[in-house]
Design a protein around this ligand. Structure first.
Ligand code: DWN
Ligand code: ZN
Length: 396
């Protein structure tokens, strides 16, 4: 672990602390039964804001090799996200990829997005550091290079396959410590007429919607359009379009081209004022209300489980100190998470069909971004009187 004292987007050094979740375990490091009795690694989660460009980033950087070698999250776990990425690919392949062209996805996870490309003439390559995911992607026929993307990897790929007409990086930039290396990689790999499509959660929504549970060690940056335009501008990359997206609690999609041509100026991606003290107060209030509600439910003799074990569940449960006595079980559809335990608070993770057997009185939907999809899958449980709530819907 190291401490970062300069801004990843503008290289400035005026960073101020704006929020802290304290010392926390790694959110996606779901434990095996044997690991339950072993000490768990932890690191601080402290948010810093750059006073020059508005970039928000973690103060402490955990080595990515520790976080990603074996990665538990799979894109295909959500039908909604699968459709979202298929639409992204379809639109941009049609727009930027000529006959026989080449599409590269960075952070390709289990190959869901690349697998959606239907044009047989298009060559595809995924790049992802997780061995377990690269293997799943390969099995479904998506060629995958199991590496961290950067300038070196970009040069190797160009040498072997030629330049990319379309480069896609969704929910990836937040995971990269060295964004200058990422941008150099883009310049090395992207064809002069190609496009880079980037999608990241928007820090504006994190603040406005009190999404503190999206703050964890693998998310090193919490971007605004302004900070990203600043970053790309330093590398002669221009942001041609910025489009809001509803996914992951409110995201932005940027279309980036090589050269400094018709770049959106930084001011059009202007900086909004941020009320961090109100965000701090709302986060504490949410934690208090959650603990009160769960205690009240337990005292009433009602059983509450969790639905979904995203990284966000680990953050929330540990921040609020919720152990098995208040919330004994979580169900999740990801096969690699089932049979494991939440880092820090140790709830077991079971398959969703256990909900229909165990019939808890209520379940908290930890991935609030998938509430609609989960409610529609669990209509039987709801019809039988079960309750599915997100933390934002909880009132005691
Ligand atoms: O950047 C990141 C994003 C893209 O994905 C990450 N660092 C990791 C991950 O974030 P997350 O862990 O907060 O992801 P989700 O998409 O909110 O996780 C949803 C979880 O809920 C998965 O574990 C699968 C589960 N789930 C389920 O059990 N039944 C999801 C759906 C839709 C369902 O029906
Ligand atoms: Zn900055």
């Amino acid at each position: 672990m190291r401490t970062r004292t300069d801004c990843r987007c503008c290289a400035g050094t005026s960073l101020t602390e704006v929020f802290s979740l304290g010392e926390q375990p790694y959110a996606n490091a779901f434990l095996t039964a044997e690991q339950l009795t072993q000490p768990e690694p932890t690191a601080p989660l402290v948010l810093m804001e750059c006073q020059d460009c508005g970039q928000v980033q973690l103060q402490h950087v955990v080595d990515g090799r520790e976080l990603y070698r074996n990665y538990s999250f799979q894109t295909s776990s959500s039908e909604f996200m699968t459709r979202h990425f298929a639409a992204l690919m379809a639109g941009n392949v049609a727009r930027y990829v000529p006959r026989g062209g080449f599409v590269v996805e960075v952070g390709s996870n289990d190959g869901t997005a690349l697998d959606s490309i239907t044009r047989p003439d298009v060559r595809r390559l995924g790049i992802d550091p997780a061995d377990n995911l690269a293997e799943i992607a390969e099995q479904r026929g998506v060629p995958t290079l199991c590496r961290f993307f950067g300038e070196d990897v970009a040069r190797e790929v160009v040498e072997q396959h030629g330049p990319a007409d379309l480069l896609v990086a969704c929910n990836v930039l937040g995971h990269c410590d060295d964004l200058d290396d990422f941008c150099r990689g883009v310049n090395a790999l992207l064809s002069p007429t190609g496009a880079l499509i980037v999608e990241v959660p928007d820090v504006r929504h994190l603040i406005e919607r009190t999404e503190f549970d999206t703050i964890y060690h693998e998310h090193l940056s919490y971007f605004s359009a302004h900070a990203l335009v600043t970053l790309f501008g330093r590398h002669a990359l221009s942001v041609e379009r910025i489009e809001p997206q509803g996914v992951h609690g409110g995201s932005i999609r940027l279309t980036v081209r090589r050269g400094s041509g018709t770049a959106l100026c930084r001011d059009s991606a202007g900086r909004a004022a941020r009320d961090w003290s109100a965000f701090n107060a709302r986060s504490l209030d949410l934690r208090t209300r959650l603990i009160h509600w769960l205690t009240e439910q337990r005292d009433l003799g009602r059983v509450v489980w969790g639905y979904g074990a995203p990284a966000k569940a680990t953050v929330l449960l540990n921040y609020a100190g919720i152990t098995n006595d208040l919330l004994p079980v979580i169900v999740d559809s990801t096969p690699t998470k089932q049979g494991r335990f939440v880092p820090g608070t140790h709830q077991p993770i079971l398959a969703p069909d256990r909900l229909r057997v165990g019939k808890p009185d209520a379940a908290i939907i930890f991935p609030w971004n998938h509430a609609t999809e989960i409610r529609s899958k669990e209509s039987e449980y709801l019809a039988a009187g079960g309750q599915l709530l997100t933390i934002h819907e909880m009132h005691s």
